[in-house]
Design a protein around this ligand. Structure first.
Ligand SMILES: [Zn+2]
Length: 454
């Protein structure tokens, strides 16, 4: 009998999962944060709050199949920012990179967050990971409430705003970890999502949807001495009515303010008001933002700045970026440093396209010592010479990818003697731009960046 019960319980939950694929895998909260503040609806420090965000785009091992293009990423970040801006929570984009891992891109298990977050994490920005496919039936996961990183699946990109809500302390409107919320509002401050201007909701309410985001369900709950039906918040971003997402409430904003004020790790990710970069040699990643200004150079006689940018860099300020005399910006090879400006809380997150330099590609395939891949001249115009030494390995493919991960050109694969080759390719009709030249071989791959000049 007991076995039969579990069979039906399993069958019922499986059937339910098929009817309602979960938009989000953020776990049930395990503690009740700041109940006294929520009950009093008070704020410790006033907004606006401006957070730096850094985005990691997952790609396959070979750099192909990018989870999202820069253009679509810009749309999603802009939409997220537009939902938060009315509540004086804003975002500074400080950059993005690629993480090349086919499994994490297309068949991600949320238990792998530790390994993934270990690659280029940011102590001064909220990290957002973008995967190609829904993972384990979910379109997003903030891993904890609150959190300083989250994942979003590209086909469920409405979860940018939803997972950020979890990061900043919001629970699902149908959450019952603190007890079920009574639709009469009698326990709204201590049960459900613990926010009083979001009506009581229940798991699966989104399956009872009529035209115009109306709720047609008839489920009732016995509470506070009566029996009540539901009028769930069908347009709320922390519900599962993702197809109707259009708002956070004032009460949710207060909840986020309280969470931010009680969470040092979130405060660490505030974008500073102004930023001075002086007397410094900056190597590798340069990813800084400022709400107002970034001044770079010999400030107050402390010394000049040298940016050697072996990786790509972004300095993104709300008002202006000022480069003092004496500053040297010397990107190596085809790297670059972008000095960009946006309006932050006052307007758009981006002026024009997403200000993305092609940031440091990450690879999970270690390069064997002694292997080399060179391409020159770089930048090139019509002809590109490629030289490689693979030791004992045999080349299997030579390809050019553009920066969104699309295959731009399949080159004839050389058949070298003793692992070395030196070939020249005519590419007069390849459009100008930055490309990744990828040499696949029998035991790994090598990548180098090349630029086709105008
Ligand atoms: Zn969620």
């Amino acid at each position: 009998m007991k076995a039969l019960f579990w069979f039906f319980a399993l069958w019922a939950s499986t059937a339910l999962a098929q009817v309602h694929p979960a938009p989000c895998g953020t776990p049930t909260p395990t503690q009740l944060p700041f109940p006294e503040e929520i009950a009093l609806q008070k704020m410790a420090a006033p907004p606006p709050y401006v957070f730096s965000i850094f985005v990691h785009i997952l790609r396959n091992d070979d750099g192909s199949n990018a989870a999202m293009t820069d253009a679509v990423l810009a749309q999603n970040l802009q939409r997220m920012a537009d939902f938060y801006r009315p509540h004086n929570i804003c975002f500074t984009f400080v950059g993005r990179d690629f993480i090349d891992n086919t499994v994490w891109n297309t068949n991600y298990m949320t238990s792998e967050i530790g390994a993934m977050h270990a690659i280029n994490p940011h102590s001064d920005a909220i990290d957002i990971y973008v995967h190609r496919d829904n993972f384990q039936g979910m379109g997003g996961n903030a891993y904890n409430i609150p959190s300083v990183f989250c994942s979003v699946a590209a086909p469920s990109s409405f979860n940018f705003e939803h997972e950020m809500g979890h990061c900043l302390g919001l629970w699902h409107t149908f959450e019952t970890a603190a007890g079920a919320e009574c639709p009469d509002g009698s326990n709204c401050a201590t049960a459900g999502d613990q926010v009083c201007d979001t009506p009581a909701d229940y798991g699966g309410s989104d399956s009872n949807n009529g035209p115009g985001c109306t709720h047609t369900g008839t489920q009732t709950i016995n509470c506070n001495g009566g029996t009540f039906g539901y009028a769930p918040p069908t347009r709320n971003i922390m519900s599962y009515w993702w197809f109707c997402y259009s708002e956070f409430t004032a009460g949710q904003a207060v909840r986020m303010y309280n969470t931010i004020n009680a969470t040092a790790a979130l405060q660490d990710r505030f974008t500073p008001q102004d930023r001075v970069i002086s007397n410094a040699t900056l190597l590798g990643e340069i990813a800084v933002g400022a709400q107002n200004s970034i001044r770079i150079g010999n400030i107050g006689g402390t010394g000049d700045v040298l940016m050697t940018a072996g990786a790509q860099g972004i300095c993104n300020a709300g008002r202006f970026v000022q480069v003092e005399p004496g500053t040297r910006i010397l990107p190596t090879g085809t790297n670059s440093v972008l000095l960009t400006i946006n309006d932050l809380c006052e307007g758009l997150l981006f002026k024009g396209p997403l200000p993305v330099a092609d940031r440091r590609p990450q690879t999970t395939t270690p390069v064997a010592s002694g292997e080399t891949l060179e391409a020159f001249p770089n930048p090139f115009s019509g002809r590109l010479r490629v030289r490689a030494d693979l030791g004992q390995a045999v080349p299997t493919a030579l390809r050019l990818f553009d920066l969104s991960g699309r295959l731009a050109r399949e080159l004839p694969c050389p058949a070298p003697a003793q692992g070395r080759f030196d070939e020249t390719f005519d590419l007069p009709d390849l459009p100008p731009g930055v490309y990744l030249l990828q040499l696949q071989h029998s035991s790994g791959r090598l990548v180098c960046r090349v630029v086709k000049a105008e």
